[in-house]
Design a protein around this ligand. Sequence first.
Ligand SMILES: *Cc1c(COP(=O)(O)O)cnc(C)c1O
Length: 345
Amino acid sequence: MTAATLTIDLDAIAANWRALDAKTACETAAVVKANGYGCGADRVARRLAREGARRFFVAVAEEGAALRQALGPGPEINVFSGHMPGDTDMIGDLGLVPMINSLDQMLRHLEALPGHPFGIQLDTGMNRLGMEPAEWSALREVATQQNLTLVMSHLACADEPDHAMNAQQLKVFRQMTDGLRAPRSLSATGGILLGPDYHFDVTRPGVGLYGGRPFDDAMPVAHVQVPVIQVRDVEAGETVGYGNTWTAQAPARIATIAAGYADGIIRAMGPDAYVWVGETPCKVVGRISMDLIGVDVTGVSPEPQAVELLGHHNGVDTLADAAGTIGYEILTSLGARYRRRYHSA
Ligand SMILES: *Cc1c(COP(=O)(O)O)cnc(C)c1O
């Protein structure tokens, strides 16, 4: 058995959800788009439903359909991309709630599924999804007379608490939604940490559930253990891996481990990444290959059978920093080759 093992700690996800929930006085939903940030949307959502989550968010209707199969009837499943052409059967038959983004979507929804619940997504400055203030003014009256279950917007800079954009978007969101009866939602993980002004009625944490920044107190969720396939000695002056990018300055012991960029271990992180053997950090040496990585295990005793690539020592953001990216991308890149395990006490 040489495939690396990816263990998803469902207890940690549950603990992170409870910790984020405890920071607000309102309802805490859960974002499980992109297969639960790579962690397995069905397992994550079922666990969080048991924990008390009643609302889930996905990016597209297909994800919502799969999630409905996993969760059964009951929990509310909201779709950020709204009501797209071709989505009507999934939305109608499986009881999904589209976050309506435009006049076109609104007309499509009210015509195809009159009386079916929907949310409204407003653009408060990010210019990604949602109705602009003028469009919303024109539709507000119609929308509120229908089955409107949520009004939401999304913050562009919530991971930077001092960014002026946060207060600016909060102001616009208030102007666009004050006086409405429908519940309101503005904050993802970052917004929860900005404080009560940003909480409204429902929060929508994603990355914090999965152990990523900006929720610095999060418990790590994804753990990757990689078997060592072979260990060899190299002399000073010998090179390791494609392109001869690393040269031993002194005699060294090199382990070759069974994971690579095909498993989402981003090639660019090579020169700055470490793996761990117990409490010992071991530097990645040479280029990361598709299926293999070289690691300097000089002086590590006993000789390691496996190394930790992701876990308590190496969080998703540590790897992300080494690759010049964000924890979200590390999580959603974790490949299909792992032996997947779910941990739950
Ligand atoms: C992805 C997403 C979230 C969750 O964001 P995190 O930063 O992962 O907590 C919430 N709302 C919207 C609209 C999103 O696209």
